[in-house]
Design a protein around this ligand. Structure first.
Ligand SMILES: *Cc1c(COP(=O)(O)O)cnc(C)c1O
Length: 365
């Protein structure tokens, strides 16, 4: 017992240290070991949600000495943006700067200038944005941020370690909403943060324990099973999405398809550079054609109604089943596109998906 308390933040973790479930437990460690292999990280820590992982990662650096600004890319998960505004800024008084893209791309030159002006101690981004799927040449952005002395954190939920491993590109911390592709079946809420620096590990273990962000052992056990098919699933997710993006792009009921694998996407080159041809992820955002906003909105609703038995409206992504979400009702004024839909492509037979989507689109025009 004495040893357990003394060494409670030792790593690798000694079985004698399993003294209380919220500190650490064997199921969680088993799942963490699997994620460490996928991420090629020195350590990975599971939490009970993606946001708990983001909170843990950012709280490593929330110490008195760290008074600098924190720089966040603006096009990140909505919940993260709320966390920044309502927790980091309002409750914790952290000084935030946001880096916004120019219409459809993030400019590396403007990022370099902002780094010089703000001199941030933390830089946080997602390499593919949600829902417009803006990809960045992340290695170049990381290089500049590190040169300026910032600690770099990447929320890699959309790309997953299947497409890109940020730690290998010199990021300090990588975060996932495990709820999405890593667990992949819409049945577990979990998050993970991974890194190589042992000091960050110590701080993160302590924080997770203090605030109770630990994942439950039952969810961890189920996650171990689901992780066994992670690479198989991702390969199929990405292949299905590529096929469907091309199919949708040729359908007359569709005005525009946003998918980084298409040459027409503004950041196609960046996505190729980052993912090395392994795929482009499995989210497709598309805009249904119409002569007015009213017509677009009507067609969008009819489309959602026509596919709902096979492709339901579910406000998540990264599920083995294909699911969709309309953009305007969720993002409001930020993306005022009444015909736009975000499709999270699953691992079903792709011909079946083409038929379901094709028939529904034929029926709305
Ligand atoms: C869903 C999501 C999160 C939040 O994850 P939860 O598991 O819902 O807490 C964070 N980042 C991205 C990119 C996400 O898609």
């Amino acid at each position: 017992m004495k040893k357990a308390f003394k060494d409670e933040i030792d790593y690798p973790r000694d079985p004698e240290l399993y003294i209380y479930g919220r500190y650490r437990n064997p199921n969680v460690v088993a799942a963490e070991n699997m994620i460490m292999k996928l991420e090629e990280s020195q350590w990975s820590l599971l939490t009970q949600s993606g946001l708990a992982a983001i909170d843990t990662a950012l709280s490593i650096f929330h110490v008195k000495e760290n008074t600098g600004k924190w720089l966040f890319f603006s096009e990140i998960y909505g919940g993260t943006n709320h966390f920044i505004d309502k927790v980091l800024t309002k409750r914790r008084g952290i000084d935030i700067v946001r880096f916004t893209p120019d219409v459809e791309k993030y400019s590396l030159e403007k990022f370099e200038k902002l780094l010089k002006d703000a001199n941030p101690s933390v830089v946080f981004f997602e390499a593919i944005s949600n829902p417009m799927l803006i990809a960045i040449n992340a290695e170049e952005f990381i290089k500049l941020a590190k040169k300026q002395g910032a600690i770099v954190m990447v929320d890699n939920t959309f790309a997953t370690p299947f497409l890109w491993k940020p730690l290998k590109s010199n990021a300090d911390i990588v975060i996932h909403s495990v709820t999405k592709y890593l667990a992949g079946h819409g049945n577990i809420s979990a998050g993970v943060l991974s890194g190589n620096n042992p000091d960050y590990l110590k701080a993160a273990i302590e924080y997770r324990k203090l605030v109770g962000h630990m994942l439950s052992p039952d969810d961890a056990a189920r996650l171990c099973d689901q992780l066994k098919t992670f690479e198989l699933r991702m390969d199929k997710h990405c292949k299905n999405a590529f096929t469907l993006a091309k199919f949708l792009n040729n359908h007359k009921a569709i005005e525009k398809v946003l998918f980084p694998g298409l040459k027409s996407h503004p950041t196609h080159t960046e996505a190729n550079g980052l993912f090395n041809g392994k795929g482009y992820g499995a989210i497709i955002t598309f805009d249904i054609a119409g002569s007015s906003n009213h017509e677009k909105s009507k067609r969008c609703n009819s489309f959602i109604e026509a596919v709902k038995d096979n492709i339901p409206l579910v406000p998540t992504l990264g599920d083995a089943d294909t699911i969709l979400m309309p953009i305007e009702p969720v993002w409001g004024d930020k993306f005022p596109y009444p015909g736009m839909i975000r499709l999270s492509v699953g691992i079903e037979d792709v011909e079946f998906l083409c038929n379901v989507l094709g028939n529904a689109l034929d029926s709305v025009i």
